[in-house]
Design a protein around this ligand. Structure first.
Ligand code: 5GP
Ligand code: ZN
Length: 112
């Protein structure tokens, strides 16, 4: 997995603006923000996507979900969108599970 850019961020081989970190996960600013607040929350463990979550990973994923409101509150957004693209057709470009936390502007629905 040494070629995965998010693993490189986890291992501090690649710089990122980290907004939260603990033993299980790390959250950092998206390099190409699509909203005034655009944070990526990822597990430290390399999991390809939601589609590849194994039973033993569920604790990790629950932990991540539990951190979202904390991160959003810290950034002062009360209304926000959480997105996880699964597979190329949906827009996934980095194949290490991540939740986009987007906020600070009005969002459209349905998404494009
Ligand atoms: P996806 O397209 O897989 O849903 O989301 C990947 C996200 O990672 C994109 O929003 C993209 O801007 C972001 N991204 C790609 N490379 C880097 C990087 O090196 N650093 C940071 N901070 N974000 C990145
Ligand atoms: Zn990875």
């Amino acid at each position: 997995m040494e070629s995965c850019i998010f693993c490189k961020i986890v291992n501090k081989e690649l710089d990122a603006k980290i907004v939260f970190e603990d033993d299980t996960c790390i959250a950092f600013e998206d390099i190409s923000p699509q909203a005034p607040v655009h944070i990526l929350l990822i597990p430290k463990k390399h999991i390809e996507s939601i589609d590849r979550i194994e039973k033993e990973d569920l604790k990790i994923v629950t932990h991540l979900i539990g951190k979202i409101s904390e991160i959003a509150r810290k950034r002062g957004i009360k209304s926000y969108r959480v997105v996880s693209n699964v597979g190329e057709e949906s827009g996934q470009s980095v194949f290490h599970l991540h939740f986009h936390i987007l906020g600070g502007r009005r969002m459209n629905w349905p998404p494009g």
